[in-house]
Design a protein around this ligand. Structure first.
Ligand code: ATP
Ligand code: MG
Length: 417
């Protein structure tokens, strides 16, 4: 037997309705905020992610699925959605059209990670990117969009943490201070953080190693280093979130893994799904588009991990509506009845009624069993008597009641039922 690759999952019938539900709510919420869908390729030139994510990140350092194609180009399966959107935004000249561009996507992502609960090698994200607006109102709107999604899905107990990591200028000052502090604790840092400390010390704050966490607890705080403009921006975001009734906590340890973030960063975190508790991560990235175009275009976005979202919903007992029933199952007895059954279901489907019938040549008892399994609301039996009279015996499965209906009247009956 050949198994699916490690860290990938099949989505089976009986489960897929959950995904369709989450996706439909995500689209509905995006519409409420006037965001439009963008779809970008599953793979890009590797360069897109080197520029768009940053060479000091975990993603670029160790998690990308990169290979040379037959034309010897370096290709990478998308590990996240933002870099491809930024590339598409510039390539298609969206920066010259009406701004802000309010975009959303639902996509699979690929990262070579150690698979565990909430961590896969192929996973899915719902993401939002608002490009072209630099004011704090956009930050508040994007955060509110994520919050609206969680509310509409009926998710409670998600903590929202926000922070500001400043602009390029204040980041530089902070990086220097942080590096000096980390240097004085260098011997206790994990090997990776020893490297990070030199290249991008903020990344150390993101480390999950216990020793590094202890050192981080007493590190200088970024909020003491941000400039007045960044401070005002952050204060503005908080005022609007309060006005919108969105509860949050300022958490100076949230720095996010990607290099391109500036100013506001945020995470929605759950205590109900174990170690992989971050369901949504996002932030402002005023320097990203500049990596692809001549000029900078400000932007802000987030991505929600759909697997983690679903885990959270299932672990906390959130109901996911399922309406995967079939209105009618037609149970023929014999060859001639089968032909009639086929004509009947074809007609019913034309009228918008979901219908199924026997494909297996089963006896009538087995057909009823099957109809029950697929959740048929009605079963129509066509035997020799019914054939003769041009009618069906219709059984309502929920209460067992039966009646005879003329073949030509079945659709009318069901449309009213
Ligand atoms: P983590 O710290 O858990 O590795 P991250 O910072 O790498 O997360 P992002 O790049 O911000 O994650 O991606 C946004 C969201 O995508 C995460 O909050 C999470 O819900 C989801 N996600 C990220 N990596 C995976 C993965 N390997 N499997 C499943 N979901 C993931
Ligand atoms: Mg990660």
């Amino acid at each position: 037997m050949i198994n699916a690759p490690k860290g990938t999952k099949d989505l089976l019938p009986g489960q897929s309705y959950k995904w369709q539900y989450i996706e439909s709510i995500a689209r509905e919420v995006a519409n409420l905020f006037n965001a439009k869908e963008i779809r970008t390729p599953t793979f890009e030139h590797t360069e897109v992610f080197l520029r768009g994510i940053g060479e000091t990140t975990d993603i670029v350092n160790k998690e990308m699925y990169t290979f040379n194609d037959k034309g010897d180009r370096s290709i990478t399966l998308k590990p996240e959605g933002t870099a491809g959107v930024a590339r598409a935004f510039v390539e298609n000249g969206l920066h010259t059209s009406a701004l802000p561009a309010k975009l959303y996507y639902i996509t699979q992502c690929f990262r070579y990670e150690r698979p565990q609960a909430g961590r896969l090698r192929e996973f899915h994200q719902f993401g939002v990117e608002f490009l072209g607006a630099s004011g704090y109102g956009t930050d508040a709107e994007v955060i509110t969009l994520a919050k609206t999604l969680f509310d509409k899905l009926g998710i409670k107990n998600l903590a929202l943490y926000i922070n500001s990591i400043g602009c390029k200028n204040c980041r530089k000052k902070y990086s220097d201070a942080l590096r000096a502090y980390l240097k004085s604790h260098e011997q206790d840092l994990c090997p990776l953080c020893k490297e990070r400390m030199e290249k991008n010390p903020l990344r150390v704050l993101d480390c999950k190693n216990d020793d590094c966490k202890k050192i981080n607890a007493n590190a200088p705080c970024i909020l003491d280093y941000i400039c007045d403009e960044c401070k005002d921006h952050f204060a503005g975001v908080q005022t609007l979130l309060k006005d919108a009734g969105v509860q949050f906590k300022v958490n100076a340890n949230i720095v996010r893994g990607l290099d391109y973030y500036t100013k506001t960063v945020f995470e929605f975190v759950s205590e109900n799904i174990g170690a992989q508790g971050t369901v949504c991560g996002g932030g402002r990235y005023d320097g990203l588009i500049g990596e692809f175009a001549g000029n900078d275009v400000p932007g802000i976005g987030f991505a929600v991990g759909i697997e983690r979202l679903l885990m959270l919903m299932e672990n906390t007992g959130v109901q996911i509506p399922c309406n995967e029933t079939v209105k009618i199952y037609v149970a023929p007895m014999g060859e001639q009845a089968s032909q009639k059954a086929f004509t009947l279901i074809t007609d019913l489907r034309k009228k918008g009624i979901s219908a199924d019938f026997d494909h297996m040549g089963r006896g009538i008892k087995a057909q009823f069993k099957y109809a029950d399994k697929i959740g048929a609301e009605y079963v129509a039996v066509i035997g020799s008597n019914e054939l003769e009279k041009g009618e069906v015996k219709l059984k309502k499965m929920s209460d067992g009641s039966e009646l005879f209906v003329k073949l030509s009247d079945v659709s009318e009956f069901l449309l009213k039922a």
